[in-house]
Each structure stands twice: as C-alpha cells, then as structure tokens.
Unconditional design. Structure first.
Lengths: 197, 367
C-alpha cells in the first residue's frame, strides 16, 4: 500500500477523476466508432470492463511472478498485448459455448477489444504506480466502468445529435471529438474529490 | 547480446505456451460433435461435424447458398430460414434483415454456427447448384476489351440452368492474387447445349479476376465454377419482351434469345443493345442467324458515340433515347435489363414512366 490509497478509493477514482478515456485519452478508436447508439455502446462497455478487470489481474501475476524474476520487464509491452489477445480469444470461445445470449451481447465486440489501448494502458499504469494486486484489479474494474460511462454518455448524446443541424464540416468525427473534449472538461470538475497518481 | 537472445527465447516460449493453451481450449470448447441438419422438413438430412458456420458446412455437403462476399457478412445474400437450432439473432446479422424476415426466422447462413441439430428451409432450386469442373475449349476476342470464354464440362457432364442466370467462377491462386476468389458471370450460351457454357468477360484494369482470365488462362486449362444462381430469367406470359443490354450485359440476353428461338416462344421480342463505337458491338452474326430462324425478333444496336469514320448507318444515342422513341405505352410489356447499374436504373425509370408496372421489370446489375 505504498500509495496510501485503498483499492476502494482507486476504484472510484478510476471511474470519475482519472477516467482512462477522458483524462488519458486511451481507447479512443472504439470510443469514436461504436458510440453512435447507446445499445451497442453498453455491450462494448461491458465487454471492456470484463476484460479489463481480468487482464489487469492476470498481467499483474505475469509481471511480478514471471517477468520480474526472469529479468524480462522490458518485454512487458509485447507480453501484455499477447496475454490480452490470448485472454480475449479464450473468453470468446468460452462465452460462445456456454451462453449464446451472452455471446450475442458481448461476443462480437470481444475481437475489437484486443487492440483497445485502454486495456494495455491500465496494465502499464498499474506497474508504473506500484499497485498491489487488489488495487490493480480495482483499478481495472474502475477503469472499465469509467470507460463504459464515457462511451454510453457519448452514445446517448450522439443519438440526440441525429436530429440536430450540425455544420457540414463538423459532421461525424469532428463533432464527436468536440463533444469528447467538452466531456473531458466536465470530468475535470470531479478532480477535487480524490486524486490518484 | 545474450540478454536479447534470452529475452527473445523467453518471449517465444511464453507465446507458444499461450498458443498451445488456446489450441487445447479450442478443441475442448469448439467441439460440438456430430449434428444433424434437416432441410425442408426431411427432404434431405445431413450429418455434419458441428462448430463451423452454416454456409461453409452446407457448401461442404454440396449445397451452395449464394454469397457474393465469401462469408464475411457484408453482402446479405446467403439468407436461409432456420426453424430450429439457430440461436439468438446476432448483431452482425441485424443490418441485413427486414422485420418480416426476422419474424420468418430468416438468418444469414454465413454468421450462424452449427452448434446443435438444426432444422432449416432453403429454396429447392439450390439443390441444382453444384460445383463444376470444366475445360477451357476456347477464348476469343469479341472486342478490344471483351473476351468470350468457352468451357466444356468435365464433372458433372451437364448443367441445368435457366437462361439469364449466372455462375460463380473460381479464380485460383496466381501471382496477382494470394487466395482463391469467386466472381459472378452470366451464362451467355444456350440452355439447349447443357454440356458447356460460355461467359463474356470485360477486362477491368487491375481487376484480379479479369486479369487472370484475359492474361493467364489458356485453352486446355481446367477451371472450377459453381452455380447456377439468380432470379434473372424469362417469365412465362403473353407480354411483349424488351431485352436491353450494354457491354457484357449482353451475355444473359444472348442466352434468353437462344431460349426464345429454341423453344419457339411466339412473343414479340425487341432487343436493344448499346455500345460506344462500332468495334464495341459483338455477337452481330450470331443474332443475325437467330433472326433468320424466327420472325419475331427485332434487333436494334445503337452507338452512343460513333465517329464519322465508322460509317454507321444504324441508330445512334443511348439505349434510353432509342427506347423512348420506340416504346409508346407500357401495356403488355415485360422488360429485362442487364448492364452497368446507372444504365439499368435509367432504363427502369423510363419504362416506369411509360407505365410498365415495377414487377414486370427484371434486371441484373453488373457492378
């Protein structure tokens, strides 16, 4: 507990004050692509949260019990990516077999997640910030929920935006990025509550 | 140096372990055992290995559901009715299914996996669709950019199709293309000659398939295609027939003309064929010979941009200009259009304006 913060605080901080999407701008590509409507945004958000929570735990173990003892820490980027990819594949297989319904909700988004930089970002941050195992998992879960919060709000905004008269040059990604910026500024309002570093 | 090697080795081992883990998991989770697919209430029963997409599974069993995109879920053609065992509708299917189709249990066969016993319904004519092996017996230039490809069937020896339908031609791996691709071509030959087919192929600059056929294919080569597909064929009625084509869109029209002459169909037939220059006209002799065998075919070739030097005496302008002049009312008329999408749309528009009902206008767009 070097940071002096409990897992509980990190969890909430990751959702609001240190939202991985709106303060670190990680995971922007799928954020822009899948935020046209709320429904798929929720599906993707749930998939991201699930994968993020699990991979932060797995990567923690891989880092401290495999990479560090064998002096391979500089390979952490590529190892983390490989672990994430393998995990996503595995989860897709299991879900497809076990629950067709869950597969419909999450399954199609899973392959998208492998390349979501928020996932790699969380794994790297937890190393930099020297989190404990519990803190890492809390950070992963919170980060995922924060990402979901951001993409679902964006989905809701863009659903309404369909009826708005937007200047031609700003249509599509243009206005979406401006909204993302405004949302990021709004989230700064939370920073007074808790701070993690 | 050694640390790099050790690192690489460790990395490889770790990746290999993960890959192995996935393989093991796949053989455990991806194994669905034997499944039975019942087609059209027991007309056919297939015992297949589960775990693959329905489209591919059916193809392995020799049932070819039409698909233009090769199973990527982008064309929406491979629809089949799945009565049992299809699982819930996938988000990848949603964009291609109308509400009525969803109610009817229509699904995209390239997205649905065979996981358990299934009951499905497919149009019976799909059973006619087979994979054919054939030999190239002729390749001749019809114009500077259009070739006629003649194929003699090897296995099976004959093909049953309706004049106007198309086949999917397999382009094998060659230096311009790393994996086999399929391209659709209309059959230009007569249904009365079932042991071979002819295709008309326009060269597309940089086109994977047309480059292969124009530059690599030789007489005597063996090729593979599957078919027949399509809803573009002559309907039975007493209406006057209008056949409109430009470029290689003449292919299905030729097949229809052979059918009209061979079966002595006694309906008034008007063929309008549009090209740019005199040298772009093709099959002029063949059509003349067909006209000699019957009196009910009128053939109007028209050139959109004939230079003076062509000495062209016939009709000029686009096909729509010609049709606008010769068609007075839309009564008792049936229209078949084939060619590039823009031409098809404007001809369809013209006939609708003349009063031909939409359900009597049939077309095949060549993209």
């Amino acid at each position: 507990m070097e940071t002096g913060l409990t897992a509980y605080i990190i969890f909430f901080a990751a959702i609001f004050t240190n939202n991985i999407l709106l303060t670190n701008f990680l995971g922007l590509c799928s954020f822009l692509a899948i935020s046209r409507e709320v429904k798929p945004a929720i599906g993707l958000g749930m998939a991201v949260t699930f994968v993020l929570t699990c991979t932060s735990g797995i990567n923690y173990i891989v880092y401290y019990y495999i990479l560090e003892p064998f002096n391979l820490v500089h390979f952490r980027f590529i190892i983390f990516i490989v672990v994430i990819a393998a995990f996503v594949q595995l989860v897709e297989m299991v879900i497809e077999r076990v629950s067709p319904l869950l597969y419909v909700i999450l399954g199609v988004f899973l392959p998208l997640i492998t390349v979501n930089c928020a996932i790699l970002g969380v794994s790297l941050f937890m190393i930099i910030r020297n989190y404990t195992f519990l803190q890492s998992v809390a950070y992963g879960a919170g980060g995922g929920l924060g990402w979901t919060l951001a993409i679902v709000s964006m989905g809701a905004i863009r659903e309404r935006l369909k009826n708005a008269a937007i200047p031609k040059p700003l249509e599509g990604p243009g206005i979406t990025l401006i909204i993302a910026g405004l949302m990021a500024m709004a989230f700064i309002g939370f920073t007074g509550m808790i701070q993690i570093q | 140096m050694t640390s790099i090697l050790v690192g690489l080795l460790a990395l490889s081992i770790l990746t290999a372990v993960l890959a192995l883990l996935l393989e093991v998991a796949d053989s455990y989770f991806g194994f669905y055992g034997e499944c039975q697919i019942t087609i059209n209430e027991g007309d056919r029963k297939l015992d297949v290995q589960g775990g693959n997409k329905l489209l591919g599974t059916l193809m392995d069993e020799g049932i070819f559901v039409p698909s233009a995109c090769g199973g990527r879920g982008t064309c929406g053609l491979c629809k089949v009715k799945i009565l049992e065992g299809g699982g819930p509708l996938l988000p990848t299917e949603e964009p291609y299914l109308e509400p009525e189709e969803r109610e009817d249990n229509v699904r995209l066969s390239c997205q649905v996996k065979v996981r358990s016993d299934m009951k499905i319904e497919i149009p019976p004519e799909l059973f006619l669709i087979k994979s054919f092996k054939a030999k190239v017996t002729g390749l001749r230039d019809l114009t500077a950019t259009i070739k006629e490809l003649n194929l003699q069937l090897i296995e099976p020896e004959t093909i049953e199709f309706k004049a106007g339908q198309f086949i999917q031609f397999e382009i094998p791996e060659y230096e311009g293309c790393e994996e086999p691709v399929y391209r659709a071509y209309s059959v230009a030959s007569a249904t009365s000659a079932p042991n071979g087919i002819s295709l008309i192929i326009t060269r597309v600059p940089e086109g994977v398939a047309t480059t292969y056929i124009h530059d690599f294919l030789k007489e005597g080569d063996e090729v593979v295609f599957n078919g027949p597909y399509g809803e573009f064929y002559l309907r039975d009625s007493d209406n006057d027939i209008y056949l409109v084509a430009t470029g290689s869109g003449l292919a299905p029209i030729m097949s229809m003309l052979y059918q009209i002459v061979d079966q002595k169909i006694d309906r008034k037939v008007t063929v309008v064929f549009g090209a740019r220059h005199l040298e772009d006209l093709m099959y002029m002799n063949e059509i003349k010979q067909l006209q000699e065998r019957t009196s009910n075919i009128e053939f109007i070739p028209t050139l959109s941009k004939p230079p003076e030097s062509d000495g062209w005496q016939g009709s000029t302008g686009r096909v729509t200009d010609v049709l606008d002049k010769i068609v007075e009312t839309g009564d008792n008329k049936e229209v078949y259009i084939c060619g590039n999408p823009m031409m098809v749309e404007s001809v369809e528009e013209l006939f609708k304006k003349k009063g031909v009902p939409e359900n009597l206008i049939y077309y095949d767009k060549f993209g």
